[in-house]
Design a binder for this molecule. Sequence first.
Ligand code: SF4
Length: 447
Amino acid sequence: MALSGIEIYKLLPQTNCKDCEFPTCLAFAMKLAAKQVELSACPHVSEESKARLAESAEPPVRLIEIKANGNSIQAGNEIALFRHEKTFYHKPGLFVRLRDDMESAALIGVVRAVDAYRVGYVGMDLTVDGFAVEACRGDKEAFAETVASVRQNTRRPLILMSRDAAMIAAGLRAIDGENPLLYAADETNWEAMTELAAEHKAPLAVVAPTLEGLADLTQKAKDKGVMDLVIDPAARDFSESLARATQIRRLAIKHNFRPLGFPLIAFPGECDDLVKEAMLAAQAIAKYAGFIVLDHFSAEAFYPLLALRENIYTDPQKPIQVQPGLYEFNNPTPESPVLVTTNFSITYFSVANEVESSGMPAWLVVADAEGMSVLTAWAAGKFDAERIAKDVKRFEVAGKVTRRRIVLPGQVAVLSGELEEELPDWEVKVGPREAVDLPAYMKQVLL
Ligand code: SF4
């Protein structure tokens, strides 16, 4: 169980030396209890205390990693029930299921299409994380061949799926030396599956329809030395999936219940409805899957899921930002206009895409607004005339242009008078309120 702040304090040296940059050991203990600092920040803890404190400092949801060929997907290490309490750390891995009864050319076609899929999203390159290969034919050789064929066509991490340990062993032989996630141990096969996981140092998924059953299986696996576990609560519809995932996360985070302190795996594709599959996957991203195995791949389903995942797994206190600076579009000249926006990624990319697609040369000052959008930054006092003028000078914009025209976002038209005072040599213009209207504005007003 997690130790309280006072219990942690009793295990610290109590010298108040401040080497951890806290004024007292008690202050450090309270932060450690709230999991807001690392134990390693105190260099003076005895080995004996360290052992007890390390256990207390361990995240309530264990970090599990599936690795392959330099690619890795991690899940777990979460400490919050709700994103706004702190942040969620490890995005759930999205996997596509393949079956060994698929026709070979079709299977390879899916692997190549999924492997090649990438989509740009606010400056990031989003991709699918890996594949789950399921044994359906009951033929070890066929399964091994399928696993080998998948591996020849992708370097991404794998999940091997069968309740038959001998089948999983055949799959493991086809990718010798790798540590895929093994799915799954249940109440009938757990001993053989646990032995296999221990032998190959592979993470192991356990499946049971009740929380007691899951806790029992993880405890048995841990007793056999397999600590890297993943939980399948065996719920497949909206309400049961949500209820069990929430109960497990709550027990792990709020009650530090170690037997359920592992990432979850979800199978939203075990229905015949593509829309339902996408919606179940979205639910699993939000609450609280670590690995999600979809049965169907299509760009129109994966793009929103990947974008949703990025949004949920960003730190709400640290908006996604781009580097403030002066950006060039369509080979600007000294005659080209200077536009202004903030360094919130979504704002930047909305503006950048429109300016680029307009085909008109322009300079874009991306002001340091601490990663906030235009109106939010203005309301918070982070995007005013003084700051804009400061960044115009910092980025030496005046040296790039001979015709000094600067365009404010329409939403902060109110700043135009003040900006004229701050930049007296410039002609201050007010642009459209929405980025989508920039190309027309640029053609009509700035030519
Ligand atoms: S470094 Fe350790 S001993 Fe020193 S104040 Fe911090 S917690 Fe106490």
